[in-house]
Design a protein around this ligand. Structure first.
Ligand SMILES: [Zn+2]
Ligand SMILES: [Zn+2]
Length: 334
């Protein structure tokens, strides 16, 4: 099969790789579409200790199952592979499994990713795609599940409905846009400010939901003025801003993780009872619910997704890296 292989820092090569072999309990997916994620960009920059070259990266995928009990079915893969036995797996919080691994990672053990013509997946990670969901669009199920989980985490901590919250979404990438779409179109939140230094991306996002679209230094982003902040960036500077602009009793949802450490105003967090929530991936139920959300067109048109050929994937990575790409999401087609 052909695959886009991460071969070293800022280096991807489209080349011939071995086909995955059939193993028991797993099926092979013929890839239809696969999305580029922020975490693939981390790997590309050589900053991910779980993704070491050479490796086929990528974990957001849709396709058609080639063998086994799902043969011939349109499917998306939940790329989060967990043990199924631990206290988290048995209580609906599979994403916290200490043995979890994602497709497209090789630490602690190897799972080849989805920037390829074929990929093998455990059967329990296969989710059928209903007929009324386009298989190209189904490829964004995974990041949509990340956003849904983040919104639900925020909702459960707040003392008023999300529809009544003044909300800041930091970052106009795929996760920022998906959180905003879920907030706006499913949770009825019409008081969203989205901030990003990249005007190209802001302008793109502004076509898809009602809100204000500003530079992070804009006067809209005032101290003590938001009930909830979604940090989809995860830089020290975005966290500093999140804690400055959150209202007393508010909630910060931390999703992006560009810089894992740095200063934080623990004084304000304590004296103003600010809730700080770290969030990662999604539960199996979130993933299932996401497929319904997409199939029922609950978050509106998805024509902000840009499709490109897998063989030109290296170019797409380079443009995302350069900031010359305005699309919140690029999906590669083999
Ligand atoms: Zn992802
Ligand atoms: Zn487990």
């Amino acid at each position: 099969m052909k695959a886009l292989v991460y071969t070293g820092v800022e280096e991807l090569v489209y080349r011939e790789e071995k086909d995955p072999v059939e193993t028991s309990g797993e099926s092979i997916l013929k890839v239809h579409a696969s999305g580029i994620c922020g975490s693939d960009m981390h790997a590309y920059h050589g900053k991910d200790e779980r993704r070491i070259a050479p490796l086929i990266i990528g974990h957001e995928v849709s396709g058609v199952i080639q063998n086994g009990k799902f043969q011939g079915k349109n499917a998306v893969l939940n790329p989060l592979i967990t043990c199924g036995k631990c206290e988290y797996c048995t209580s609906g919080r599979e994403h916290l499994c200490p043995h979890r691994v994602l497709l497209g990672m090789n630490k602690p053990y190897e799972r080849q990713g989805v920037f390829a013509e074929l990929v093998s997946s455990p059967n329990q990670n296969i989710y059928e795609v209903p007929d009324h969901l386009d298989l190209n669009e189904a490829a964004i199920a995974e990041p949509t599940a990340v956003a849904l989980h983040a919104v639900l985490m925020g909702e459960s901590s707040l003392k008023k409905p999300l529809s009544e919250c003044r909300t800041l979404v930091q970052g106009a990438g795929a996760i920022g846009l998906l959180c905003s779409l879920i907030l706006s179109k499913i949770k009825g939140n019409k008081n969203i400010v989205m901030s990003d230094p990249n005007n190209l991306r802001l302008t793109k996002c502004s076509k898809y939901f009602e809100g204000k679209f500003v530079n992070p230094s804009d006067k809209e982003v005032q101290n003590d003025s938001f009930d909830v902040v979604f940090d989809t960036v995860g830089l020290e500077v975005s966290r500093q801003q999140a804690i400055s602009v959150i209202k007393p009793g508010g909630t910060i949802i931390h999703i992006g993780l560009t810089q894992p450490a740095g200063q934080f105003n623990f004084r304000k967090a304590t004296l103003q009872e600010v809730t700080f929530i770290g969030t990662y991936c999604y539960t199996n139920k979130d993933f299932e619910d996401t497929i319904k959300i997409l199939a029922d067109k609950k978050i509106g048109k998805l024509d902000w997704i840009e499709y490109r050929e897998l063989k030109k994937g290296a170019e797409a990575f380079k443009q995302i890296h350069d900031g010359t790409c305005s699309s919140p999401k690029i999906v590669l087609l083999p």
